[in-house]
Design a protein around this ligand. Structure first.
Ligand SMILES: [Zn+2]
Length: 101
């Protein structure tokens, strides 16, 4: 966790202001950019896995294997939830990135 250079208290990662003393904090833009890229690739991986699970699930419904179909769809839903989570985190960081320009 980063530390405020003014008051020395621990602040949240990517905070632009210290919540304790109110001083402006410098954001490491290169580090922030690479974090955004990292989240973007995780998001893409999640979507890819979701599509793969959905495609895997399809033949099972045709074969009448409802249980396997259901489980595979549940896993796909899990991957889409993970992607959405990364998407939200990335949107938050991109907002900080824009503000720190
Ligand atoms: Zn402070």
């Amino acid at each position: 966790m980063p530390v405020c250079p003014n008051c020395g208290k621990k602040v949240e990662e990517w905070a632009t202001f210290c919540p304790y003393c109110g001083s402006k904090l410098l954001v490491d833009k290169d580090k922030l950019k690479s974090e955004i890229d990292r989240l973007k690739s995780k998001e893409k991986l999640g979507i890819t896995l979701m599509i793969l699970c959905d495609l895997t699930a399809l033949p099972f419904i045709i074969m009448g294997q409802d249980y396997i179909f259901f489980v595979t769809i549940m896993i796909a839903t899990g991957f889409s939830a993970i992607s959405l989570h990364y998407n939200r985190m990335r949107a938050k960081l991109e907002e900080i990135y824009k503000k720190s320009k």
